[in-house]
Design a protein around this ligand. Structure first.
Ligand code: ASP
Length: 327
């Protein structure tokens, strides 16, 4: 536990369930909002009970992985061969301790495995069967790949295959001008960022990646410094969107560098990194909390499923821009 005095008013939590698009008239998304509210409240409770930021982001992402509404764990999107290939990463801001896994289809909770990589191995990043072998050695629960596969994801994969496209879960080929329905109303990648009572930061992200992706494709989520990043001197950041462009933007580290070396404030640094994503042809968003407890939740997609809260008071949920920025 950190040496400094615990001060519960420092507590902050933000989570996301992916950024992307929705059909016109898709409505206020009550199921997703209820899930986000429940999960953000549970993660805040971890912090109020004396848990660290790392504990809170892990707890939030485990719950998000278990929720089939989002593209991670159960309900993660499927690759070209119809298999889940799950990626996850976690980082602690005090010392940049981190762990990540890619291409996992047998470990029940990829984010738990990522934390085990961080805390129980001398390494940082594991892939595929080797990652699963480590999980087995460490006694983490295993499942058959079919455990993660939902009917909706099979339908989504068939739609992508028939069109010969590789899609972001949240980036359907839905054409607003034609007002055609998107092939999949469910949304994306999940993540959490938190600040604990000692002022420590942490970030965690988990995803199925892209529908119909080539087996072995890896996005920004499990790459520490890209889609997942935390440093107590700057901010904790979790991204969602076109992974390739977030990698080119070096998203997490770009935000850190602008804050640490140029003195930019959080929202300016996040917006700048998001502009870089756009420059590299992608879109999406991020959730971020800085060392002073400011929250920033920008996105350049139509929507980003999100929830955020302080130590006390209401947990807010948001889908579109009309739900407002974080206070
Ligand atoms: N960023 C994720 C990836 O590229 C996808 C997402 O956010 O939905 O794997």
């Amino acid at each position: 536990m950190p040496a400094s005095q615990a001060e519960p008013s420092r507590i902050r939590i933000a989570i996301h369930g992916g950024a992307g698009d929705l059909a016109p008239g898709a409505g206020p998304q009550p199921l997703q909002r209820a899930a986000l509210l429940r999960i953000a409240s549970a993660a805040r409770q971890v912090l109020l009970d004396g848990g660290t930021a790392l504990d809170a982001v892990e707890a939030a992402v485990v719950l998000l992985e278990e929720c089939p509404l989002f593209n991670a764990g159960i309900g993660g999107v499927l690759n070209r061969d119809g298999l889940p290939e799950l990626d996850a990463a976690i980082q602690r801001g005090s010392d940049r301790g981190c762990g990540a896994v890619t291409g996992v289809m047998r470990t029940r909770s990829p984010i738990r495995l990522a934390r085990a990589v961080m805390e129980r191995s001398p390494h940082v990043l594991f892939s595929g069967p080797g990652a699963e072998q480590l999980g087995r050695e460490l006694g983490l629960p295993e499942v058959e790949p079919a455990y993660f596969v939902t009917h909706e994801r099979l339908v989504q994969l068939e739609a992508a295959r028939s069109k010969g496209i590789i899609t972001l879960d949240h980036d359907s080929d839905f054409d607003r001008a034609q007002k055609s329905a998107p092939p999949d109303p469910a949304f994306g990648t999940v993540g959490a960022v938190a600040r604990d009572a000692w002022g420590g930061l942490a970030a965690a992200t988990s995803t199925g990646g892209l529908t119909n992706k080539h087996p072995g494709r890896i996005g920004d989520t499990p790459l520490v410094g890209m889609g997942t990043f935390a440093d107590d001197r700057s901010a904790a950041i979790s991204c969602t969107g076109t992974g390739e462009s977030f990698i080119k933007a070096c998203f997490g580290h770009e935000v850190h560098a602008r804050m640490a070396y140029e003195g930019w404030e959080l929202s300016r640094a996040c917006q700048h990194a998001l502009d870089e994503v756009l420059h590299y042809g992608g879109r999406g968003g991020c959730i971020a909390i800085d060392h002073e407890g400011r929250i920033s939740l920008p996105f350049n997609s139509y929507v980003m499923f999100r929830a955020w809260g302080h130590a006390d008071g209401e947990i807010h949920t948001g889908v579109g821009p009309e739900d407002g920025p974080a206070p």
